[in-house]
Write a protein that binds this ligand. Structure first.
Ligand code: FES
Length: 73
């Protein structure tokens, strides 16, 4: 339940590519570390190919680019 619509964040999910999230955001990674961004809109990598994971660096556009080493594959 939200106190107001101002607390509600919009996330845009795309079939391929990043999740676009209204910032600022704080992301907790699987190793427990936390990263944050104060940007107005944040692109969160879903393909695990980004060299700047968890942020999208557009590597999802190149399917030949190897996946991020922390994805467990
Ligand atoms: S979604 Fe863009 S690099 Fe992963």
């Amino acid at each position: 339940m939200y106190d107001s619509d101002e607390r509600r964040r919009r996330i845009v999910a795309q079939r391929t590519g990043p999740l676009l999230i209204e910032g600022p955001v704080e992301v907790t990674l699987d190793d427990g570390t936390t990263v944050s961004s104060d940007r107005f809109c944040v692109a969160l990598c879903t393909c695990r190919r980004s060299r700047t994971y968890p942020w999208c660096d557009t590597s999802h556009r190149n399917p030949e680019h190897p996946r991020h080493p922390h994805d467990g594959t």
